[in-house]
Design a binder for this molecule. Sequence first.
Ligand code: ADP
Ligand code: MG
Length: 302
Amino acid sequence: MQDTQENYTEKNTQPPPAPPEAVIQTEGLTKTYPNGTVAVNNLNLTIRKGEVYGLLGPNGSGKTTTILMLIGLTEATGGSVKVAGYNPLRNPLAVKRQVAYMPDSVGFYNELTAAENLDYTARLAQVPGDEIGPRIDESLEKMGLSGVKNRRVGTFSRGMRQRLALAEVLVKHPQIVILDEPTQGLDPESAHEFLLFIRSLRDDGMTVLLSSHLLDQVQQVCDRVGLFFEGRLILEGTVDELSSQVIGNHFQVQISAVSDNREEFHRKLSGLEGVEDVKIESHRLDEVYRSYLAKEREHAQS
Ligand code: ADP
Ligand code: MG
């Protein structure tokens, strides 16, 4: 043992790094509902520690059913699941301790305040008593909700409720975070902000599985994606890999330019080697909006 280690040092070579461990794994996972609908069909999924994985596909393609099987809320009719090393149906408590789950429609006690709702969650998750207060403050702070800590949740907007839902996830200090359609119902600006929060979970060492039917919206935060179609995983990989695998060696390049002469600019770009098509478009309206607000803010400060 010691010899081997010395050899590595002497030759200045590192042992090959072990691949990160799989924290979620399914084999042949299948769910046929009693009415005969095959919602999930022979799914083989491996999610590794520390990645953000996007389970993506249209409504009805089997994303929620997959998630429910991962956390033991519905029973598979075939195949197997392991989450953090446990079978979620046989060891539901062990899985619950490692996993925080945000369902597609989150419910809170509207008559309680934000802090009281989190306190309730923390107790259910058996967070040690003396840690509850600090964790509530830390989670609210992180989600930008400190200012409304003592406000009744009934008065919260949709965006604030989603952020509180993520604060609820954070209070548990989970290893694995599972989010079902986390940006559903949010305006583009809030969705963008919310996705950045999701990214920060990964930066804090958590593994994130999120589902969405808004493919273009969530692709930016996913390290890898799995594309679902009618209960089957039809494509899997990084967005780059899938793009070159399916579409080939074509790139889309976005250029931001200042020019008085659109036609001239178009002609010049079109003449470049390898360019197939040039489209000059106005900025997207959400960018116009964001840019306007930024200028206003700048103006107000000066
Ligand atoms: P997604 O989350 O991708 O929208 P779901 O997992 O909710 O997909 O649904 C997958 C399929 O299973 C759909 O055809 C849906 O109608 C069906 N389904 C979902 N829940 C049930 C249920 N409880 N009973 C019968 N069919 C269901
Ligand atoms: Mg769903």
